[in-house]
Ligand binder design. Sequence first.
Ligand code: PLP
Length: 423
Amino acid sequence: MSLSSLTPQEIASRLETATADYERFAARGLSLDITRGKPSAAQLDLADELLTAVTGADAASADGTDTRNYGGLHGLPELREIFSPLLGVPTEQLLAQGNSSLTLMRDALAFAMLHGRPDSAAPWAGTPVRMLCPVPGYDRHFGLAESLGFELVPVATDAEGPDVDQVASLVAGDPSIKGIWIVPVHSNPIGVSISERRTRELMALPAAAGDFTVLWDNAYALHHLREPHPEPIDVLGIAAEAGNADRPLVFASTSKITHAGAGVAFFGASPTLVDWFARHTAAGAIGPDKVNHLRHARFFGSPEGVRAHMRKHAELLNPKFAAVDEVFSRELGPEDLAAWTNPSGGYFITLAVPPGTASHVVKLAAEAGVKLTPAGATHPHGVDPDDAIIRIAPTMPPLEEVEVAAEVVAACVRVAAYEAVAS
Ligand code: PLP
């Protein structure tokens, strides 16, 4: 049954019931937070061996390097070897760096602004720069691009990735379009994984900007909730075959694999772009934290060690994603009041509520003690033209809290939806 088939009396009575449910939750004095995609304490505990994996007595790496000292700008080889097959990037083209991939994205874009890429006619600074942003997308991508003065251009996404026809027509005629952000696996927030076909199309399409860049942010490359899962795509090989070897810059990190604040971030690219990135990094760094690299290399031991570790994460996360799906199916499903994703990996559930009600749902939830990511955060400049998308992050709170938070959100959606049709 859909909302539009209800009589005014039926809507009034449902609104009354929903409001009573909502008020019961509001009276409980809850204080729950499902805003940010952070790992839970139990997930962080899984990697606590890292904290003792290196001591002063055994701080040498496999090739005898004392990891406590300066140097090794490209990162520790044994860690790069472990992550190379997992990310589909040859070891020599994969740098291990500090703790944040977002920082590496900021650096790459700042280098392009200040110095230009090897294939740029001039540095990007001082010229209009437009960046394509698949929507719904990651708010920190938008924030970073905005902080550099870029104009954000939304592009649609389907089940295989960004809408390639839209991207092709935009980049073909506009040399100010310098790049696109892509989260290729279990994307934030809609959980889509790009197909190999779409990757080939994006790597091959003609671009007016000779230095058009694909920021391939593989933040959730290994974060599968169930099988089968996407296999790594050889984006650098595909780009090279298409004659655009320098187009993709690959980013990833262990933020949601080990300790979110003390992981290792990776940068991958063509040999030319790796040299470019390392050269500009070298102006401001003598070497990354290799002790942390060694801890990670010892902790995992092999690519299979990483995969096995991620299966433990999935065991902790699956019940939380299932709980949200179960509550939404029960509370919102029968009358089709909303649609939501049931992702096979990543950190988010995307909830699509009736157009015009997302901000109201977020406000109602806040008033009942449940913090949600602001409506619009999934769109450039924080504005969702349909006011319909809400990002739910169920990973951090304990399961019981996730369940209650989902029930509150469902009550808010019911109130907002019935109010909207009643008015
Ligand atoms: N990229 C995406 C798509 C993310 O969702 C996140 C964190 O939520 C990040 C990057 C941040 O990564 P890092 O912790 O490596 O800076």
